[in-house]
Design a protein around this ligand. Structure first.
Ligand code: CAA
Length: 376
């Protein structure tokens, strides 16, 4: 049975900070950010937008492609930016999407890796329940402290995809190389909004895990490097993915995979899949029947290399024009606005827009209040 991704979409903030602006205010040569790190812009989130509101926007796009959303039996919300240690962020999404009550909903956490865990779990579930569909969301907003080396790699986005049998976008293959090891390279204690990290250790462990995962993948699959046509990597920043590609694959399409990431920044659990959408939208050739390799790295750490085949006619499901429009329509903010938004503050007299039709009104009695915007 062929199982995999039937439709896929992403969403990010309406606002961005140019890294040229950040470089100027941090007295750093912009070339370091643009060439050395491989990033040009980063998404910045106003207080009315969070991992739930962007997740709903991304999920609405994939649900609009379904004949019947009641086929969704499971919603898995993958995130490392959870604001509640008990209630699943997925329940808000389930509510606003009006999914059926007979549906399992839960969050998954393991840094940037958890959406891949969700995909593999969903695949096993569909084997036993071939008519079922699973909605997976990866949604993260990442903050590092100002003036740290991580600051230019901040960002955020949500990806949503539906896992089914006979998928239209990607058929997941049965072999994967996995590597789990206890490393203190990146972490966020529950009392902090900002992530803490050991940047050099994290980059080292990312590449070491890649070697181990790919080696295990070759052994399980009996495939060789030439069998992989394109590779998508988890991209905490573009240069990390370029280094990974140069180390093993040297796929020229690495540039197409990083177009969206370079203007969004790190979107953690969503990042690998946004690189996949970027490839689908921007690669010039028809990639039907091609094998795509995927490398996921979640600090801490769990890493996985797996692959999938692109079915015939995948192009019919893409929404390239709207993806490009969503990114090009974003509003640039000044450094003073970024500093205000960093502290999650509303600006007197400034009305912040949402990317979709759900807004976060505020927090009352420690409860998040979401509303559907009027005229939607
Ligand atoms: N022109 C061109 N290039 C320049 C330059 C200039 N003027 N100045 C510096 N550079 C280059 C450097 O040579 C370097 O290139 P190489 O890596 O090829 O040597 C690059 O720019 C970066 O310079 P530094 O190493 O000096 O940068 P840094 O120490 O300030 O920060 C970082 C880099 C460590 C990755 C930092 O961004 C960071 O800590 N980020 C957060 C952690 C992270 O993202 N880790 C990635 C792996 S972990 C993961 O994947 C999970 C996750 O999502 C977090």
């Amino acid at each position: 049975m062929k199982i995999g991704i039937d439709s896929i979409a992403f969403s990010t903030s309406r606002y961005f900070l140019s890294l040229e602006t950040l470089a100027k205010h941090r007295n750093v040569n912009y070339e370091k950010y643009n060439v050395g790190i491989g990033q040009a812009k980063m998404s910045v989130f106003p207080p009315n937008e969070d991992i739930v509101t962007i997740a709903i926007d991304a999920a609405q796009k994939v649900i609009s492609q379904m004949d019947d959303k009641n086929d969704i039996d499971i919603l898995i919300f993958a995130t490392e930016s959870a604001f509640d240690l008990s209630k699943s962020a997925g329940i808000y999404v389930h509510h606003f999407l009006k999914l059926k009550e007979d549906c399992r909903v839960f969050d998954l956490k393991q840094a940037c890796y958890s959406a891949v865990a969700a995909l593999q779990l969903a695949k096993s579930y569909i084997v036993d329940n071939p008519n079922s569909k699973v909605l997976i969301i990866g949604s993260d907003i990442i903050k590092y402290s100002p003036n740290t080396s991580g600051e230019p790699t901040q960002g955020g986005a949500a990806v949503a995809f539906i896992v089914t049998q006979n998928p239209r976008i990607l058929e997941i293959e049965p072999y994967a190389g996995i590597h789990t090891v206890d490393v203190m390279d990146f972490w966020r204690p529950s009392h902090l909004d900002e992530a803490l990290f050991d940047g050099k250790l994290s980059a080292y462990n990312y590449l070491k895990s890649l070697d181990i995962c790919v080696d295990r993948y070759w052994k399980k699959s009996n495939l060789a490097i030439s069998a992989i046509d394109h590779v998508c990597f988890h991209a905490p920043f573009g240069k990390m993915a370029q280094k990974a590609n140069n180390k093993l694959f040297r796929c020229p399409s690495i540039n197409e995979t990083l177009i969206y990431n370079s203007v969004i920044g790190n979107s953690c659990s969503a990042s690998l899949f946004i690189c996949f959408i970027s490839l689908l939208d921007n690669v010039k050739d028809d990639i039907s029947h091609k094998r795509i390799g995927f490398f996921s790295y979640g600090s801490g750490s769990v890493a996985e290399f797996f692959s999938g085949i692109i079915p015939e006619n995948y192009g019919q499901t893409l929404d390239t024009r709207n993806n490009l429009k969503m990114l090009s329509d974003r509003i640039e903010i000044a450094i003073s606005e970024y500093e205000l938004l960093y502290n999650n503050k509303f600006h007197d007299g400034y009305h912040y827009e949402n990317v979709g039709n759900i807004t976060m009104l505020g927090i009352n009695n420690n409860q998040r209040i979401y509303r559907r915007l009027q005229n939607n």
